[in-house]
Ligand binder design. Structure first.
Ligand SMILES: [Zn+2]
Length: 749
């Protein structure tokens, strides 16, 4: 038996604007506010039964009149009242993998044969050096990398970890008492290193900072106080003789035998720990194949920060992974990609401490590799529980749901980095653009990241004073992936703000976002101001004097100030491919928390601009926040979107590629997929290709030839990565801007 899915729309809408079946669910809750419903509409719903990704049955539609005037009723099956007396379209079967062991992986290519039945395919066993005929030959948990050295007489179970150029003394924090460390060199009469003044459960002894050579004898002791600060007792003295410690050498960075292991904090929930362990031992061989040896041999302590705390981050130079214990395979891999670089992440300053300037490179690398690695995981372990989870929740776990819209997002000014977490909306888009770019680079050179890390470590070994910087990182990347989508990599990355290596420049930003609804979608708008540090939403008190008077802010009870750009008037000029313009005027939303603070930017998604309202084509829109234009010319910005009126896509079997060309309102588009040429007319600046034959997991560079009405042809490239939309439609929206039609996209001129 299959699973039941449900679609819901309002009676007056042609699109399924309320709810589109995503996953198996047993109930759907509709929030009138969020859905912009008044609560008196008529809703039309329909259940579908899906087996192995194919719709096998559609049930009669039903109607719920929210006004309560009419009782709920079933309607005729839509297939029985097709317009123009057409027969219902049969559900076309598409290619399925004959070696697939279950329905979830049937659409994936590759050979899933598993001779010894241990859950790892023969292809994977061979690739990672296991015996495909022996079920006991299987990835095992890694041998523990011991990097905790106990401090024998500390009396509180303290230990220290050894790093290049420093040690970190650690102990367990206690809910009832505070511990304070006194520490000095043995030849000193005063506590010249610590006399308190450290973290609650650790104290870093950085040799540079404390003028140590790293061969001294340290003497220390812990003191205990109660939570009110009253001294309780002093523990006995201990010694740490640094001259006996084997410190990692610079020559060890990226050494071929470096290994990563993991342990869990004692309060990590047992069932979560076993899920993590089963996944980690299986994924590690894949990580080594994509990343090569780690920068350092380290053990990663996976620490429980508490359920629903949303913690997923790496600290302590890769040695600690803060987790909220949720089992999210993609995020686990993402964090481990950071940990893989130990104390040498790309986001480092001159002391190898965290610096956010190059976040586009570090975060894009972590997120892009996480997607690639879990794509490989489901192919290597097609029957695994993690695979089942990954493939049942694709838009959240398996691909970036904005990859479809990469071209319309990748040049947006407000996605500039440095700082990724200027606010949630921007952070999400930054992760998506940077990850998708890295994934495309991996399609050009599958070993890109492994080769880059090897070059990167070599650079640090050979020149210990070198530090990551944008120019050198891009040069190293370009040596491995010389070109992307037909342009030198350096030029390509220079057009993408997320790789600009600095926080958002101060000033006003028109914000825009595409929100998909099934095969179609809408867009929303807001405006804000980037304060010092690139913050778009919250500002520290000190920075208030650095922003101009016309920027409205409100002070919160937490001492921070918040941008208050709600209720801002803006004008949207939408031009079709023939240059005909329609002008709209809107206002961002005004909504306050009970304490008077704005609820957010005031995002508004005007229905007039829903994609289904515009005939198929490419549209260019200029968004102008008129009130701020006199102060800042950037209050006006230009974006692209596709008109999708009448577009429908059967997501069970159709793959859709749209190509928009600003510069060619009518003509022909040709693409090559697997060596086969496909042609579609360009109407209103856009060509739409639909196929039931293209594999859903097809990937790689696509050659696009555009011929205009005068018969002149130019070629372009785009790269497909395995992805679909939020609602599981396999759809790519490519946008080419070449207004002079000289074959060079305008960003590169
Ligand atoms: Zn990250």
């Amino acid at each position: 038996m299959g699973a039941y899915y449900i679609d819901i729309k309002t009676a007056d809408s042609s699109a399924r604007n309320i709810y589109i079946a995503l996953n198996k669910v047993e109930s759907v809750s509709l929030n009138f506010n969020e859905l912009r419903l008044k609560g008196d509409e008529i809703l039309i719903g329909q259940f579908k039964e899906i087996i192995d990704g194919f719709v096998v049955d559609e049930y009669p539609t039903f109607e719920i009149d929210l006004s309560g005037k009419n009782p709920p009723r079933e309607l005729e099956k839509p297939s029985q009242k097709q317009k123009d007396g057409q027969k219902p379209q049969p559900v076309t079967k598409r290619w399925t993998n004959p070696t697939a062991p279950n329905g979830l992986v049937k659409y994936l290519s590759g050979d899933f044969t598993d001779t010894d039945g241990d859950g790892m395919t023969d292809v994977a066993e061979t690739k990672y050096g296991f015996n495909l005929n022996d079920p006991s030959s299987f990835p095992a948990e890694p041998e523990l990398v011991e990097n905790k050295l106990p401090i024998e007489s500390s009396e509180i179970g303290a230990y220290y970890e050894v790093y290049r150029g420093k040690i970190i003394i650690k102990w367990s924090e206690s809910p009832d008492v505070d511990y304070s460390l006194h520490l000095k060199t043995s030849d000193s009469s005063s506590w010249n290193i610590y006399y308190g003044g450290h973290y609650i459960d650790s104290a870093e002894v950085n040799f540079n900072k404390f003028n140590l050579k790293g061969n001294e004898k340290l003497v220390g002791s812990f003191g205990k106080s109660d939570k009110d600060g009253n001294f309780v007792e002093q523990y006995s003295e201990f010694e740490i003789d640094l001259s006996h410690v084997k410190f990692p050498q610079i020559s060890d960075i990226g050494a071929p035998d470096n290994r990563i292991s993991y342990t869990f904090s004692s309060d990590f929930p047992e069932d979560a720990e076993s899920k993590y362990r089963e996944f980690l031992k299986r994924v590690l061989p894949i990580m080594y194949s994509y990343l090569g040896p780690p920068a350092e041999s380290i053990n990663v302590l996976i620490k429980n920060m508490g359920e629903d705390t949303d913690y997923f981050m790496i600290v302590d130079n890769g040695r600690t992974f803060l987790s909220d214990t949720d089992f999210i395979p993609r995020l686990i891999v993402h964090e481990l990609v950071h940990a893989w670089k130990g104390g040498y992440t790309i986001t480092s300053d001159k002391n190898w401490e965290y610096d956010k300037a190059l976040s586009g490179f570090e975060e894009g690398g972590a997120e892009g590799l996480a997607f690639e690695i879990i794509h490989e995981y489901v192919r290597d372990y097609p029957n695994d529980v993690a695979t089942e989870q990954l493939l049942n929740y694709k838009p959240f776990q398996y691909w970036s749901k904005s990859t479809t819209y990469y071209d319309s997002l990748k040049n947006l000014r407000w996605t500039g980095a440095g700082q990724f977490w200027t606010d949630n909306d921007a952070a999400y888009i930054r992760y998506s653009i940077s990850a998708t770019t890295i994934q495309m680079m991996i399609k050009e050179n599958p070993d890109f990241m492994k080769q880059f890390l090897s070059m990167y470590y070599k650079r640090i070994r050979e020149n210990p004073d070198w530090r990551p910087n944008r120019g050198d990182i891009i040069d190293m990347w370009a040596a491995l992936v010389p070109a992307l989508n037909g342009y030198p990599l350096k030029e390509y990355l220079n057009t993408i703000p997320v790789f600009n290596g600095r926080n958002l420049d101060r000033g006003i930003y028109a914000l825009t976002e595409i929100r998909p609804y099934g095969a179609i979608g809408d867009q929303q708008f807001a405006v804000s101001y980037a304060a010092p540090n690139g913050r778009l939403w919250d500002i520290e008190e000190n920075d208030i004097k650095k922003i101009p008077k016309w920027v409205k802010v409100v002070k919160g009870s937490d001492g921070y100030y918040y941008m208050d750009f709600q209720d801002s008037i803006f004008m949207v000029e939408v031009a079709n491919a023939h240059g005909q313009q329609t002008i709209y005027s809107f206002k961002t939303i005004w909504k306050r928390h009970p304490n008077g603070l704005p609820t957010g930017y005031g995002w508004v998604g005007p229905e007039e601009l829903n994609m289904e309202n515009f005939p198929i084509g490419l549209y260019k829109e200029t968004v102008t926040f008129t009130d701020y234009l006199p102060y800042d010319s950037e209050a006006s910005d230009t974006f692209y979107f596709f008109g999708l009126k009448g577009v429908s896509q059967n997501r069970a079997n159709e793959y859709v590629i749209m190509i928009g060309v600003d510069g060619v309102p009518s003509g022909t588009a040709e693409i090559y997929i697997d060596g086969v040429k496909y042609t579609a007319p360009i109407i209103n600046g856009a060509a739409v290709f639909t196929s039931t034959e293209w594999k859903f997991d097809m990937q790689g560079r696509v050659l696009i030839t555009i011929t205009n009405a005068d018969g002149i042809s130019k070629t372009y490239y785009r790269t497909i990565v395995e992805s679909g939309t939020y609602h599981l439609y396999y759809q790519q929206q490519f946008i080419i801007v070449d207004i002079g039609f000289n074959g060079i996209e305008d960003q590169f001129e």
